[in-house]
Design a protein around this ligand. Structure first.
Ligand code: HAM
Length: 416
């Protein structure tokens, strides 16, 4: 092991033992989002760095210290995507999708990269999935997205979900609130952490979601954004909440939820689970009505959310997920049997539902049987010289222990 090259810190292999869980969840993601009329889009893993700077914001943690960026041989400055919203907006603008349809409902699944400090539920390469609804400026779209996020986890049986929402208003409401908040925080400037001191000048709203206890005490009495929303913003937010009430999605309004990406306006939300430990955000999202225009597209309202797959796996009850096991394990003893087994497996595979494992190590009978047990195979078919000569093959049910001898035609028939 001395000179063995290891995986990079903060990245993860998905092992054979775990892959069935990933398949289960990836299948669930596809079917769940498609049920709501969303279609998948796949964008490249890397983009021009400028796309993320302009979307997420230069002063955010992601852009200022977490991006994997490099200059390639052609002197292009490139970045591994730290999230998908920017790429989806780029895709939307580049393909002039607004001309094709007034509404686009998109979902995505793939790796994202952030150079954060790795810990449970926090990786440097993680799988993100999410949805973006581009085109609607109405609260029913907000309510649909939030309800989808909530139902997504609920249907998977994850309990103790905490859905928090807030409105950070339109640009105008936020500008007024920003100056009131700044004045309030100025009084405590000397007590703030170095990071918050910097944020006070650039983006004081970010101090609201501080994780530091003494700053939380300061925030407790800070002015609330809800009191500075204009009439339209307030009406918009309450219509969204009414719709959620009408389908009994439980939520709480967190006056200080702001989220760490610059493109948001109006509704923002997060779902947490106490099963996760300190990295407790299962997903987060919000409205981003100005992003597409700011990236050079036609002004188009949009809202979405994204979630981490590894965090979902930490919260899910794995025992409820059916493990994929072989239906049949072919055991072959002797040279002739190898050829027969190869052919019979081929014939059996015409039934595309069957999962069949053929031994390829020429092991003895005992070792093959042990392997079939290890894989929890439902049946074994035993093929030896005697079985070939008599055209009677042993089919053994590994659960009940029952076994019968069948001719080759009957074996095929049996598994049809
Ligand atoms: P975000 O809150 O930065 O939002 O990330 C969304 C989710 O990705 C988090 O709630 C978490 O589950 C997962 N996640 C983030 N960083 C890591 C990490 N280092 N390791 C594991 N999981 C992680 C966004 O990315 C926005 N694009 C969401 C959005 C979509 N807003 C509108 N549309």
């Amino acid at each position: 092991m001395k000179d063995c090259i290891k995986n990079i810190k903060g990245t993860k292999d998905v092992s054979f033992e775990e892959s069935y869980i990933w398949h289960y969840i990836e299948n669930y993601i596809n079917s769940f989002f498609q049920r709501y009329g969303y279609s998948e889009v796949r964008t490249p893993t890397f983009e021009n760095t400028e796309l993320f700077i302009r979307s997420i914001g230069g002063d955010t943690d992601i852009v200022s210290k977490e991006m994997y960026s490099w200059i390639d041989q052609g002197k292009n400055t490139l970045t591994l995507r730290p999230e998908f919203t920017a790429s989806i907006a780029r895709y939307f603008i580049q393909n002039q999708l607004h001309k094709k349809n007034p509404m686009h409902k998109i979902y995505y699944v793939g790796s994202s990269f952030r150079r954060e400090r790795p810990q449970k539920g926090r990786l440097r390469e993680f799988k993100q999935f999410g949805i973006e609804a581009i085109g609607s400026q109405f609260p029913e779209q907000d309510a649909e997205i939030i309800a989808m996020a909530y139902n997504f986890y609920q249907e998977l049986g994850i309990s103790n979900l905490k859905l928090e929402l807030n409105s950070i208003g339109s640009k105008e409401s936020r500008a007024e609130y920003r100056s009131v908040l700044k004045t309030y925080l100025q009084k405590y400037k000397n007590d703030l952490s170095e990071t918050s001191k910097k944020r006070l000048e650039i983006n004081p709203l970010r101090i609201l979601d501080t994780k530091i206890d003494f700053e939380k005490d300061i925030i407790k009495n800070a002015p609330k954004i809800i009191d500075y929303l204009n009439k339209d913003d307030k009406k918009y937010f309450s219509s969204t909440l009414d719709l959620l009430d009408s389908i009994k999605v439980p939520y709480s309004v967190n006056d200080y939820l702001v989220r760490g990406l610059d493109y948001y306006s109006q509704t923002v939300f997060e779902i947490q689970s106490n099963l996760l430990g300190s990295q407790n955000a299962l997903c987060g999202g919000g409205r981003y009505d100005y992003l597409i225009e700011e990236l050079g597209g036609k002004s188009t309202p949009a809202i979405g959310f994204a979630a981490g797959l590894e965090r979902l796996i930490l919260a899910i009850d794995i025992d409820n997920i059916l493990k994929i096991v072989p239906d049949i394990y072919m055991i072959s003893i002797g040279d002739d049997a190898i050829q027969h087994s190869f052919k019979i497996a081929h014939q059996l595979r015409e039934n595309k539902k069957l999962n069949i494992v053929n031994d390829s190590l020429r092991r003895n009978m005992k070792a093959q049987m042990k392997d079939a047990n290890r894989l929890q195979a439902k049946y074994v078919i035993i093929i030896g010289e005697e079985e070939i000569a008599s055209n009677q093959f042993i089919v053994k049910n590994m659960n009940s222990g029952d076994q019968k001898k069948l001719s080759i035609d009957k074996v095929i028939e049996h598994f049809k």
